[in-house]
Design a protein around this ligand. Structure first.
Ligand code: NAD
Length: 371
C-alpha cells in the first residue's frame, strides 16, 4: 500500500496484534491544515497509540520502541486519514491536542455495511432520524437529511461531513407532494440514485378523543401517513426504474401494535404504516424492493420530552410518574430505548441482503410489547 520504511499496512497491523485488532483513524478538523509532529497518545485497555501528524494523508501504524507499559503493544500514528474507509468504526471519541479537539475512530476488521448505498432519511435533523443518518454514514452510505427544519438539517449534514462522511441536507415537508418529489430528485441528482428510504419524520399530539380538534388529527395523519406514502412513491418509482432495487423502512412505534390513551391520531397512523408496509413489500418484490417497519418504545428525543409535561397535566400526575408508570411501566427493566438501539435495528434492516425479510415489523422496546 505504499507505506514508508518501518510502517505497516492495516492488514499487517491486524496480523501483528491479537484479534480483535484495531486500526485508528484521526481526522484533523481543528483548522484542516497539515501539522507536523504533534504527538497524540491514547491508551486503550489493551494497546497504547502514539501519533504524530504529517498531514492529511494515509494512516500508518507501526510498533513503537519505547513502550510506556511494557507488556502492551504500542503503535505510532504517523499521519492522518486512512485511505480505505471500508471499515466501520467500533468506537469513537475525541482527543484533546494542543488546545484543540480532534475526533478519533477505532476500527475493527469488519466491512462497512452500507458502502456504495444512498440513503434518504426523513426527519433526520434530530432525534432518531439523525442517529440513523449518522450510523448509515459511518457504515459508508451517502445520506440525505430530508427535513422541514432546514437549518437543523444543514447542521446535521455538516456534522456528518466533519466526521468524514458524505451527507446532503434537503428541505422537505413530507406532506407536500411537490417538495417530496423535488427533494428525492435532488438526492438522485446529487448521489446518482436512492437505495434506502427511511420514512421517519413524525410528531405527537396529546389529547383525549373528545377534545381533539380536527385540524390536529389531520396534521398528524398527514405527516405520518401522507409523508410515508409520498416519499415511498417517489423513491419506489426510482428504485423500480433503476433496476437496483432497494429497502424502505418505516418508523413505526410500539403504538403500531398497542394503544395508549390520549394518542388517537398517533396510534391510528402508526398502525396504518404497517398496512402500507405490507402492500409495498408485495408490490415492491417484483423490483427487488423490500419494506419493513421498526417499532420503538419510548426514546428520550424532543418528541418525548415535550409530551412528558403534557401527559402529566392531562393525567393529573407528576412528570416522574409519567416516566415510571406510563412510559416505562411495561418494559422488562424500566429503561428507555435509545436512538442508538433504533439506529442499529434500522441498519440491520437496511443492510439485510435478501427478500427473506420483507413486510415485517420489528419491535425494539425493552420488552414493553412482545409479539
Ligand atoms: P424528533 O422530534 O426528535 O424528530 C422528528 C423530526 O421530524 C424533526 O427533525 C422534525 O423537524 C421532523 N419533521 C416534523 N414534521 C416534519 C415534516 N412535515 N416534514 C419533514 N420533517 C418533519 O422525534 P423522534 O422521537 O426522533 O421521532 C422520529 C420518529 O420516531 C417519529 O416518526 C416518531 O413517531 C417515531 N418514534 C419515536 C419514539 C420516541 O419515543 N421518541 C418512539 C417510537 C416512534
Amino acid at each position: 500500500m505504499g507505506y514508508k520504511h518501518g510502517q505497516m499496512d492495516s492488514q499487517s497491523v491486524f496480523d501483528a496484534l491479537s484479534t480483535p485488532t484495531f486500526l485508528l483513524k484521526i481526522i484533523p478538523h481543528v483548522d484542516g491544515a497539515p501539522r507536523i509532529c504533534e504527538l497524540v497518545r491514547y491508551t486503550l485497555r489493551d494497546l497504547t497509540i502514539k501519533g504524530a501528524w504529517s498531514g492529511p494523508g494515509a494512516l500508518g501504524l507501526f510498533p513503537h520502541a519505547l513502550a510506556p507499559v511494557a507488556e502492551l503493544p504500542v503503535l505510532e500514528v504517523v499521519s492522518a486519514v486512512h485511505p480505505d474507509r471500508s471499515y466501520p468504526p467500533a468506537r469513537r471519541g475525541r482527543l484533546r491536542l494542543f488546545g484543540g479537539l480532534i475526533p478519533w475512530y477505532l476500527f475493527r476488521g469488519e466491512p462497512m455495511r452500507m458502502k456504495g448505498r444512498v440513503a434518504l432519511v426523513t426527519g433526520a435533523a434530530s432525534g432518531i432520524g439523525k442517529d440513523i443518518a449518522e450510523t448509515f454514514a459511518r457504515e459508508g452510505a451517502k445520506v440525505v437529511i430530508a427535513d422541514v427544519s432546514v437549518d437543523a438539517a444543514q447542521a446535521a449534514a455538516a456534522e456528518i461531513q466533519k466526521s468524514g462522511g458524505v451527507a446532503l441536507a434537503v428541505a422537505m415537508d413530507v406532506t407536500q407532494e411537490q417538495q417530496v418529489d423535488a427533494g428525492v430528485a435532488e438526492a438522485i441528482n446529487a448521489f446518482g440514485g436512492v437505495d434506502v428510504l427511511v420514512s421517519n419524520a413524525g410528531i405527537q399530539h396529546i389529547a383525549p378523543v373528545v377534545d381533539l380538534p380536527l385540524d390536529q388529527w389531520r396534521k398528524l395523519l398527514a405527516i405520518h401517513l401522507d409523508g410515508a406514502f409520498l416519499t415511498t412513491r417517489a423513491c419506489l418509482r426510482h428504485m423500480a426504474h433503476s433496476g437496483r432495487g432497494g429497502s424502505i423502512i418505516y418508523m413505526g412505534s410500539v403504538h403500531s401494535k398497542e394503544a395508549s390513551p390520549l394518542k388517537a391520531p398517533y396510534v391510528t397512523a402508526k398502525h396504518g404504516l404497517i398496512g402500507l408496509c405490507k402492500v409495498v413489500a408485495k408490490e415492491g418484490a417484483a423490483h427487488g424492493v423490500r419494506a419493513n417497519v421498526v417499532c420503538p418504545g419510548f426514546v428520550r428525543t424532543a418528541l418525548v420530552e415535550k409530551q412528558i409535561p403534557e401527559q402529566a397535566k392531562e393525567l393529573g400526575i407528576s412528570e416522574q410518574e409519567v416516566i415510571k408508570n406510563v412510559m416505562l411501566k411495561e418494559t422488562v427493566d424500566g429503561e428507555f430505548t435509545t436512538t442508538e438501539d433504533v439506529a442499529a435495528v434500522t441498519l440491520f434492516l437496511a443492510a439485510f441482503p435478501t427478500n427473506a425479510l420483507t413486510g415485517q415489523s420489528i419491535v425494539v422496546s425493552h420488552g414493553w410489547f412482545m409479539q
